[in-house]
Write a protein that binds this ligand. Structure first.
Ligand SMILES: Nc1ncnc2c1ncn2[C@@H]1O[C@H](COP(=O)(O)OP(=O)(O)OP(=O)(O)O)[C@@H](O)[C@H]1O
Length: 584
């Protein structure tokens, strides 16, 4: 029930939250094909009786007509199945398309992708978005269609089976009972018992399926980690350690997989036996009537066919048990992601926060209505783990100014910048920073894209080629101007210093009123670092530049500074000397 409620919450926005009728039309077409298929099945069932009666009566003249009728039914069945599948696939993709877009937006909006990392993040959100959404759409529609077909066939064939069964006398403890439609009752009892037994055998499958998906995703993430950090691993000769880590992850997969196939083995044994028994039951049950010549051979074959359909209807849960478990696992995983996304609200300091960064709405090239200002008023800052770092930080700077944030290592300088960016909440106080503030981290992010898009990042539209060439020239990367069309993994092709220069080229193009830099020149030599800061001073003379830097040679480039030492909650930096437990 909990899973079903979670499913309704996931599905409702697609099905009822939109005005477009297309999903409903596709669903109607799918339903029409399914019902058409059931109608053809009923006709084939009646055809069965005629065919076997004709065989029993050696009526050769009836065979050509029956063969022609069968060919028509066959054609109709094929059309109903193929068209139904086509509509179903279109609908499943429409659903996936919409839900992927919705999840992408919510995952990227308000920096949720970043904040989730510090909360109770559900594992591997990427896998949930890339795979679970597709599975949700496909499995739901597949289960819906099979349920519809089975229930409709059940309705159609119960009547046939009931009429063939007639009224039979059963003697129990010396008393005669008249039972109507006894074959139907056999089907009901058999499928109810089978379903209960199946649930007893397979109910642990759900948890194992959820675990399996998580373990697989963890392993993939570990492989990706090796790929992303391959150079560092190679420098450290860390391959052996990586092998241990990967093997550990794979051990998790192996352990869960053993438990999973053990459970599936039991389910398969049970369902294979159940299917074989189900084939015999109608024959055994109806044979006495045939031997008494109460019914014809055609009736018997029709009854067997109808019994299978009725049994399928009653045993829908049983037949689709594994698929239902898979579906439930997918619903739970997506619901966990959605709950986590809902929990990530905007930071509590938003009262005075004006970056618009919380919802990714910071825009560029916007003229200023007012002069850029950084205003920090009584702000308390805690680490992502919740440890108090700085208390009652207060400062105010107005453009044009170059401000250096100073303080010992680990005191919370980068965390303060994260608060400015709206990535991290502060406990109390207010903080406001210019509406178009642009942040330059120590490790520039260079997406795998054309160089034009990389230099223009985070703008969605690339800048003019001439402007890009000018910016690249100013930061000492003129040689790259000829490669603007090239798509490459720029983060591995460029040196650390070149990546930082590219960050400065982005600044020159976007011309923000407020620039916030965190060790943005740490990988450049001092001369180049000074040149980069001077470049910003010359090209953005009216901007407010706030920077964290450990490079002492740059201190003279700043006209203001904020020292965080007076705001420290506890001492940090280099610790007291202690005897080394390893000796020496
Ligand atoms: N993701 C995290 N989870 C838990 N604690 C964190 C996380 N990131 C940083 N911290 C802790 O928060 C404190 C402040 O970190 P921060 O990066 O702001 O320091 P910093 O002053 O910029 O340091 P440095 O000058 O060495 O770069 C540190 O003690 C750090 O260990």
């Amino acid at each position: 029930m909990k899973t079903f409620r979670a499913f309704l919450r996931l599905a409702a926005p697609f099905w009822i939250g939109r005005a477009r009728p297309r999903p409903w039309l596709l669903l109607a077409a799918t339903v029409a094909c399914s019902l058409g298929f059931v109608r053809v099945s009923v006709a084939i069932n009646a055809w069965n009786k005629e065919f076997y009666d004709a065989l029993a009566a050696f009526d050769a003249g009836a065979i050509p007509g029956l063969a022609a009728a069968y060919a028509v039914y066959l054609t109709l069945a094929v059309v109903a199945i193929a068209a139904g599948n086509w509509f179903l696939k279109r609908l499943a993709f429409d659903w996936r398309d919409w839900a992927t877009d919705d999840h992408q937006r919510r995952w990227l909006g308000g920096h949720a992708h970043y904040r989730l990392r510090f909360g109770d993040e559900p594992d591997n959100p990427d896998q949930r978005i890339a795979e679970d959404i597709a599975l949700l759409a496909e499995l739901t529609l597949e289960l819906f269609r099979s349920f519809l077909v089975n229930v409709t066939r059940l309705g159609a064939f119960v009547a046939i089976l009931w009429s063939i069964s007639g009224t039979q006398t059963v003697t129990l403890a010396g008393t005669d009972f008249l039972i109507d439609g006894y074959l139907v009752w056999i089907a009901v009892v058999y499928s109810a018992v089978s379903t209960l037994l199946m649930h007893a055998v397979g109910h642990r499958l759900l948890a194992l399926k959820i675990d399996q998906q998580a373990r697989e995703a963890d392993y993939r993430a570990a492989l990706m980690g090796v790929r992303n950090w391959s150079e560092q691993i190679a420098f450290h000769r860390g391959e052996a350690a990586e092998l241990v880590r990967l093997s550990c992850r794979f051990d998790d997969i192996r352990r869960n997989w053993h438990a999973l196939i053990g459970r599936e083995f039991r389910i398969e044994c049970f369902s294979a036996a159940q299917m074989r028994v189900a084939w015999f039951i109608p024959i055994v049950a109806i044979l006495p009537l045939y031997l008494q010549r109460t019914i014809t051979l055609g009736d018997m074959m029709q009854a067997q066919n109808a019994f299978s359909s009725v049994l399928d209807g009653f045993s829908w849960v049983l037949t689709y048990y594994r698929r239902i478990m898979e579906w439930a696992a997918v619903v739970r995983r997506l619901q966990q992601l959605n709950d986590a996304l809902e929990r990530t609200g905007l930071p509590s300091h938003s009262a005075g926060h004006g970056t618009g960064a919380g919802d990714g709405g910071g825009t560029v090239d916007r003229p200023f209505a007012v002069r850029p200002v950084l205003c920090i008023d009584g702000v308390d800052i805690v680490s992502p783990a919740g440890r108090p770092l700085l208390s009652a930080v207060t400062a105010r700077f107005e453009a044009p100014a170059h401000v250096r944030i100073d303080g010992p290592s680990g005191c919370g300088k980068s965390t303060l910048l994260r608060v400015m960016a709206g990535l991290h909440p502060c406990r109390s106080g207010t903080l406001s920073v210019g509406t178009d503030a642009m942040f330059l981290p120590q490790h520039s992010y260079l997406p795998n894209d054309s160089l034009r898009a990389v230099v223009s990042y985070p703008s969605e539209r690339p800048f003019d080629d001439r402007a890009i060439a000018w910016a690249l020239g100013r930061v000492g990367l003129a040689r790259l101007s000829a490669e603007l069309d090239r798509h490459a993994e720029w983060s591995t092709l460029l040196s650390g210093g070149e990546r930082q220069r590219l960050g400065f080229a982005q600044l020159l193009l976007h011309r923000p009123g407020t620039v916030v830099m965190d060790e943005a020149t740490s990988q450049l030599d001092e001369e180049s670092s000074i040149a980069m800061y001077r470049l910003i001073r010359d090209t953005l003379p009216d901007s407010l530049v706030i920077a964290v830097t450990h490079q002492l040679g740059l201190a003279m480039l700043f006209d203001r500074s904020i020292d965080l030492r007076p705001f420290l909650v506890e001492a940090c930096g280099v610790g007291e000397p202690m005897p080394c437990p390893l000796g020496g």
